[in-house]
Write a protein that binds this ligand. Sequence first.
Ligand code: NAI
Length: 414
Amino acid sequence: MSLPLSLSKDKIRIVLLEGIHPRAVEVFREHGYTNVESLSSTLADRSLVKKIGDAHMVGIRSRTQISPGVLEGVNKLIAIGCFCIGIDQVSLEDAAAKGIPVFNAPHSNTRSVAEMVIGLTIMLLRDIFPKSLAAHRHEWKKSKGSSYEVRGKTLGIVGYGHIGSQVSILAEAMGMRVVYHDIQTKLPLGNARSVDSLDSLLEIADVVTLHVPEDESTRKMMTGEKLGRMKGSACLINASRGGVVDLEALADALKSGRLRGAAIDVFPREPGSSGEYFASPLIGQENVILTPHIGGSTLEAQENIGAEVANTLVYFSDRGATEGAVNFPAVNLQPNEHTHRILHIHENKPGMLKAINEKVANRDINVLGQYLETRRQIGYVVLDVDPEVSRQLLQELRVELTGIDGTIRTRVLY
Ligand code: NAI
């Protein structure tokens, strides 16, 4: 189950599926990982197991299913990289139980979403979408009465996290006034101003843009009642998650002229693949821009994702760092340039640390640093030990540590 002591990097086999951006391969090579196979397609079940059965790391996107059955068939896998945002395609707890951390890239497309929101803001305030549709129908709708500059208008950002705060910077650069509401205390950027409630934000914003996760507190956050609190001339943008807005209520508010317009990129039910039938109560409404969940879909974002996930896999392989793993105890580690490093993954139960330390002490090995982190059923101990300890002694210790009841995997970075 574990890598031999310091397997040389060219022997670490990495398989990438689903046409992951070539930047990922470059990152691996820059760090000495030359044994990388990159396929453009996905694989399933038996052919997937055959391909990754002896791989040490695998990179996938959203279509490759790493099921419990697939995990049973892999022997050497130490890490999985999801080169995307979603992680539903991997059996996360089964992977954790096998000592396999799973990494993704939740924020690589932040800028792409923020840029699209700014574009949509301008398009909504200028009525560009209905005017363009009319031109496509041979109609010349050259009115200026309902068009506005964004300069001086108030943008209300709900959720001031990675994307919301980027939108804030871009909007201010165009002369917009920015107010935001977040359930956490967030430092304002530039001249942005925090408001203490969603209602206060809705009452003053000319454009409201949502950048919250979908959870209990945000599901159908924009009800008919909330939409009713918005200024009559205001627009709503949702490029967060589909469940955050009550679309029936939004359709009613737009039909009745309560709201000026909306741009919606995410939907409660989205087609599974390109070209599939799409239905929404907003279809056919004037000044409603509908986009197929493309806020984060740019080539730059794909490149960022390639680099970000490849780097996390490299850091895990080189140092044992698990920060950013979605199913694993998070340990942020610097390179062990002046120590040997022992990584011990085990079942999270009492007495493991004591058992590990006893084995190390019995061998008279000086410990220079120790880290322990646990998450659900998994414990992760990292020991930095005296660099003078011989390879032979480390090998013997590794066998002893692997023999501790409850051990899932032991690695030694020599
Ligand atoms: P983030 O986690 O960095 O920020 C979310 C913010 O929302 C946090 O500051 C959090 O405190 C705040 N928040 C949570 N519950 C709240 C509530 N009830 N009221 C007010 N604030 C609340 O997330 P990030 O990266 O900015 O993403 C935001 C959303 O955008 C997520 O739903 C994400 O899934 C979505 N997204 C959509 C994309 C697209 O293609 N349209 C692409 C990437 C992300």
